[in-house]
Design a protein around this ligand. Structure first.
Ligand SMILES: Cc1cc2nc3c(=O)[nH]c(=O)nc-3n(C[C@H](O)[C@H](O)[C@H](O)COP(=O)(O)O)c2cc1C
Ligand code: SF4
Ligand code: SF4
Length: 263
C-alpha cells in the first residue's frame, strides 16, 4: 500500500481557460496526499497576503502568455511568502513554446521563500484556438494527463531531498509584448444575461448592470475565459491582431509538443 504523506498540499493556480488547473489536479492525484486545498488566483478572496510553512508542499501552475508569466499572476504571487516550503512548478503553454516562463516562475518563487524541487512544462489548448484556426485542440489529452500523474508519483520520491533544479530559459527574459487594447464583443441577441462571463474574468474587466454589460478594454488581458465559458456562445474576440496570431499559430505550430519534466 502507498504511504500517505501527512503534509498539507496546496494547488495554487491561475487558469482562465482551465487547462492549468486540470494538469495540477492530475499531478496532485499522483502525489496521493491525504489533504489538499486549492488556491485559485482568479478568485478575489485569494488575492491577499498568505504565508506557507515548511510543513506544507505547494504546486504552482501558470499559463504562458507571450513567453512569460502573465503580469497579473506575477503580481498576485508576490503577495505570498514562504519559509522553505517545497514547491513544484508548472508552466502550461499552447503548443508554441514556454520560452522564459518557467525560469521566471522559478526565480519569482525563490524570491518569496519557496524551494523549487521539481518543474514541468505541459501543453494546453491554445486560448486563441477556434474552429477556423484550431491550435493544440484536445490538450491536455489522455497521454498528457498520464504523464502528469506519473510526474506526481515521481515527486513523492523527491520530497526528502533538497537538490536544486534547473529549468530552461534565458536572461534577460523575453521582452513583454505591449498590451493590446482589445476586448470581447457580445451578441446581445444571443446573450441571456447569465453573468458567467463577469464571474470568470480574472481582472474584473466585465461589469453587468441590469441588461447592460460593459467590458473595459484597458483591463482585458484577452485570456478568453469569458469567450470559452459563455453558454450561449455570444462572445468573441474578433480583433484582427488576435485572429492573425491564431492563424499563424495554427499554421506554424502543428507538430504536437510533448510535456517536459525537470527533477
Ligand atoms: C495572451 C496570451 C498569450 C499566450 N502566449 C503563449 C505563448 O507565448 N506560447 C504558447 O505556447 N502559448 C501561449 N498562450 C496559450 C496559453 O498558454 C495556453 O492556452 C494555456 O493552456 C492556457 O492556460 P489556462 O487554460 O490555464 O488558461 C497564450 C495565451 C494567451 C491568452
Ligand atoms: S456568459 Fe454569455 S450569455 Fe452569460 S452574460 Fe456573459 S455574454 Fe451573456
Ligand atoms: S474580458 Fe478579457 S480578461 Fe476578462 S475574461 Fe474576457 S478575455 Fe479575459
Amino acid at each position: 500500500m502507498k504511504k500517505i504523506i501527512n503534509k498539507k498540499l496546496s494547488l495554487i493556480y491561475f487558469s482562465p481557460t482551465g487547462t492549468t488547473r486540470k494538469i495540477l489536479k492530475e499531478i496532485a492525484d499522483g502525489m496521493n496526499f491525504k489533504k489538499s486545498i486549492q488556491i485559485d488566483l482568479i478568485k478575489k478572496d485569494n488575492i491577499k497576503k498568505q504565508n506557507f510553512t515548511d510543513n506544507e508542499i505547494v504546486i504552482i501552475g501558470v499559463p504562458v502568455h507571450s513567453g512569460r508569466i502573465p503580469l497579473t499572476v506575477s503580481n498576485r504571487l508576490k503577495n505570498f511568502s514562504a519559509n522553505k516550503t517545497k514547491a513544484i512548478l508548472v508552466a502550461v503553454y499552447g503548443n508554441r513554446h514556454y520560452d522564459d516562463a518557467l525560469l521566471e516562475l522559478k526565480d519569482l518563487v525563490i524570491e518569496v521563500g519557496f524551494l523549487p524541487i521539481a518543474a514541468a512544462a505541459f501543453i494546453g489548448v491554445h486560448s486563441f484556438s477556434n474552429s477556423k484556426y484550431p491550435i493544440a485542440e484536445g490538450r491536455p489529452n489522455a497521454e498528457d494527463l498520464k504523464i502528469a500523474k506519473d510526474f506526481g508519483k515521481q515527486i513523492r520520491t523527491k520530497l526528502e531531498e533538497n537538490k536544486k533544479i534547473q529549468v530552461p530559459g534565458n536572461y534577460p527574459y523575453k521582452k513583454r509584448l505591449e498590451k493590446l487594447i482589445v476586448k470581447p464583443i457580445i451578441d446581445m441577441d444571443l446573450c441571456d444575461l447569465c453573468g458567467m462571463c463577469e464571474r470568470v474574468c480574472p481582472v474584473d474587466a466585465i461589469s453587468m448592470f441590469r441588461d447592460k454589460i460593459n467590458i473595459d478594454a484597458n483591463s482585458c488581458i484577452y485570456c478568453h475565459a469569458c469567450v470559452k465559458i459563455c453558454p450561449q456562445k455570444a462572445m468573441v474576440i474578433d480583433d484582427e491582431r488576435i485572429i492573425k496570431s491564431a492563424k499563424n499559430l495554427h499554421e506554424k505550430c502543428k507538430q504536437p509538443q510533448i510535456p517536459e519534466i525537470f527533477l
